[in-house]
Design a binder for this molecule. Structure first.
Ligand code: ADP
Ligand code: ZN
Length: 724
């Protein structure tokens, strides 16, 4: 009797046993199709001793239906799945799903049919059809994806297929990727870079677990340097994963990569088309040879893919918030990357100019090897940084640029140099109210104001995505022409710049304006060619960009992130301002940074102005030690939510009432979560503050495992929450 245990891709189901039919050969890691009631489900064959399940007598076992023709998952990856589920208190199945990346990559043929406009016209050109056809100009994708793009039903598009307006294109998802050549265009490294590159490449060849903290100032050539480690992996015929924090950055990265290696890498992120996703997944699983995937560049979800032969992981801008996933499996890709490297015995590089305190602490303890690049490449100087005290240098009413910043902007425009203004707020104004009745526009689904977006004439919630057209009259009192914008967003700053510098060419750069790789490429090309004088942007502009003519950076409100007293508020402010400052003076001309603040004496602002990173980290270390925060202690959160406020509160109270009494874990709450209403769900939170050595996960599992809740209640656990 050949019996196997399956991890089923459904978090609500436990592991189940099946019979392997004669002639089918499976082993741990095999992906199989199994019957479940009347349905078919995907599962992974798991070692039964590692996955306890209810015992079912042999006679009752149902046979597996089929074996999915992909390489079985490697034991190292199965251990990573177990570790991730265990550490983050998440269902194994949810983690496993990230490996299979929607399953669509697996089943079915290697070709898929996509559709595109044929150039023909429908018999009857209804307004709906006309709108759909306009939206689909230049697109090619599956019917379902096209329906999403055009905002119409699949039925409408099938009608267009039948009339020949949309024509089918067969896409081969197994077509090979172009080969990257490690010797295509190697740079000449300066001595410090060469030293670091040699160490990294040596570690790739050694094939051992080795975490590195590549700690280099902005513009020091971190990318250029770790490319040499990539080259070493390519030479050894192994795969590389480079994690980037933001899709908007990948466009510039891809160009650079192609310049160095003669071919673009394989791209992975959550909005890939299904054909691209399937092609990439199969190429990653099939390995680096014969047109498979050699180097994969992706968002955090690329971390869990089943690489056939991984030789190196790089986490670029490793300090970035976006590596922390905050729904589903709440994991930190930076930390899981290190674990994956450990399970698979390979080097992992965390690159940053502003490392997280946790990463620096690991380097200090000797767990990570710290590699330093302390000078900008090619003799470029670090920018001069000064604060502008807003309590003394006041902008005019309803304006946000203080006189010194205005003067600096004028000066740069006169010289034909570029400026960048940073404010981490999308839209025109964070709060809109009615001048007659004082009504404030609030999101019905979230504890948040609606943000006016003047460019698109809409009010939007930045938490749930709700959008409405900006009304002409107040919904409360009915008066017209009544809206007052309170406070600035980037669009309003751009208006102010236009008022001060009528001739300046201004670009607003946010996730609203740069929402596709094409837009990102367009922006980068314009900014590089000197077609933009002033860039006004959110955190998007703090990262990665390299514009040689950019010589002035203005931080509109350095205090913004410090409000609220969040655990990482100071560190995040330091990182954002230091990163955006790092965009200035990267070329031949020196850079200047002006930081507008009401608290020039605050330790983080003073450290920024003095360019004294060590002083900041020293102060932050003390603050964290006092708070029992990472790296000294650990925090975890339990979030209880429901569409019904009372139900959520009661469930949270029930959890609170059964809290364990422990010496090394302090439990706070429940209290309303910072976003007490989010996407229509009321949220309460309990916080756990534990000693480093405490087994928080075990405590939480035992505690929560003993409770059950009404259907509508969701309880989620956030280990090492990013902020609270
Ligand atoms: P970082 O990642 O540390 O911010 P980059 O790798 O982006 O730094 O390098 C900054 C700029 O300097 C880039 O334009 C890069 O191409 C250039 N650069 C760095 N090192 C070299 C080198 N050895 N040879 C040529 N150009 C270099
Ligand atoms: Zn909302």
């Amino acid at each position: 009797m050949n019996r196997v245990r399956l991890l089923i891709f459904n978090a609500a189901l436990g592991p189940l046993d099946y019979r392997v039919p004669d002639g089918m050969i499976v082993r741990p890691g095999s992906v199989v199709i199994a019957p479940l009631g009347p349905r078919q489900v995907l599962g992974i064959v798991w070692e039964p001793e590692r996955l306890p399940a209810e015992s079912v007598p042999d006679a009752k076992l149902r046979p597996l239906l089929g074996l999915v023709p992909v390489p079985p998952l490697k034991p190292e990856l199965m251990r990573l799945i177990e570790w991730t589920a265990d550490y983050y208190c998440a269902p194994l199945a949810s983690v496993a799903r990230m490996v299979i990346a929607s399953g669509g990559a697996l089943r079915g043929p290697s070709t898929l049919t996509e559709y595109r406009l044929s150039g023909g016209l429908p018999e009857r050109l209804t307004p709906q059809r006309q709108a759909a056809m306009e939206a689909l100009e230049g697109e090619q994708a599956t019917i379902r994806e096209l329906a999403g793009i055009a905002g119409v039903s699949e039925g409408v598009l099938r009608g267009l297929v039948n009339q020949g307006v949309l024509e089918p294109v067969e896409v081969d998802c197994d077509r090979p990727y172009p080969r990257a050549n490690p010797a295509f265009a190697p740079p000449e490294l300066n001595p410090q870079q060469a030293e670091v590159a040699k160490r990294l490449a040596g570690a790739v060849r050694a094939r051992q677990f080795q975490p590195f903290l590549l700690d280099g100032v902005t513009g020091s050539g971190k990318t250029e340097t770790y490319f040499e480690a990539v080259a070493a992996a390519l030479q050894a015929g192994r795969q590389v994963l480079v994690l980037l924090p933001e899709i908007a950055l990948t466009e510039a990265f891809l160009k650079r990569f192609e310049g160095r290696f003669g071919a673009p890498p394989v791209l992975w992120h959550s909005s890939l088309k299904s054909t691209e996703r399937r092609r990439a997944w199969r190429a990653i699983a099939s390995g680096p040879r014969d047109g498979g995937a050699q180097v994969v560049v992706g968002a955090r979800s690329a971390l869990f893919l089943p690489y056939a032969d991984l030789g190196l992981i790089v986490v670029d801008e490793a300090h970035e918030v976006s590596f922390k996933q905050d729904d589903g499996v709440r994991y930190n890709a930076r930390d899981v990357a290190v674990m994956r490297a450990r399970f698979e015995s390979l080097p992992v590089v965390l690159a940053s100019a502003t490392p997280a305190l946790e990463s620096l602490a690991m380097a200090e303890q000797g767990v990570y090897e710290r590699l330093v690049l302390d000078a900008r490449f090619g003799g470029a100087q670090m920018p001069a940084i000064a604060t502008v005290d807003l309590t003394k240098e006041k902008p005019p009413r309803q304006h946000w640029l203080a006189p010194p910043l205005v003067e600096a902007l004028k000066d740069r425009l006169a010289k034909g140099e570029q400026s960048l203004l940073f404010l981490n707020r999308r839209g025109y104004a964070p709060l809109t109210l009615c001048r007659h009745c004082g009504h404030r526009f609030k999101c019905p689904n979230c504890s948040a104001w609606l943000v006016e977006h003047r460019l698109s004439a809409r009010l939007a919630c930045h938490h749930c995505g709700l959008e409405t057209a900006t009304p002409d009259t107040c919904p409360e009192c009915g008066e017209g022409d009544c809206l007052v914008a309170c406070g600035p967003g980037v669009e309003r700053i751009a208006d102010e710049v236009a008022e001060i510098l009528p001739d300046a060419r201004i670009a607003v750069v946010t996730s609203d304006t740069i929402n596709s790789p094409e837009k990102a490429a367009e922006f980068i090309a314009m900014a590089t060619s000197g077609a933009i004088d002033v860039i006004v942007g959110t955190q998007l502009v703090t990262k990665g960009f390299h514009f040689p003519e950019l010589t002035l950076v203005g931080v509109i409100d350095a205090d913004l992130g410090l409000e609220g007293g969040d655990l990482r508020a100071a560190e995040r402010t330091y990182q954002q301002v230091a990163q955006v400052a790092g965009r200035a003076g990267r070329g031949a001309k020196p850079g200047e940074v002006l930081i507008q603040t009401r608290h020039p004496q605050a330790p983080v602002i003073a450290a920024l102005a003095a360019g004294d990173r060590d002083a900041f980290y020293a102060a932050e270390t003390e603050a964290r030690r006092d708070a029992g925060a990472p790296p000294f202690g650990r925090w975890a959160a339990i979030i209880v939510s429901s569409e019904d406020d009372a139900e959520a509160r009661e469930a949270a109270n029930r959890i609170g009432a059964t809290r364990p009494m422990l010496a090394d874990v302090q439990i706070l709450g429940p209290a309303p979560a910072p976003m007490a209403l989010l996407r229509g769900r009321y949220r309460y939170r309990l916080l756990l503050n534990a000693r480093r050595s405490a087994k928080v996960q075990e405590v939480i599992r035992q505690w929560l495992g003993a409770l059950s809740h009404p259907q509508g209640v969701r309880v989620s656990v956030d280990i090492d929450p990013y902020s609270f």
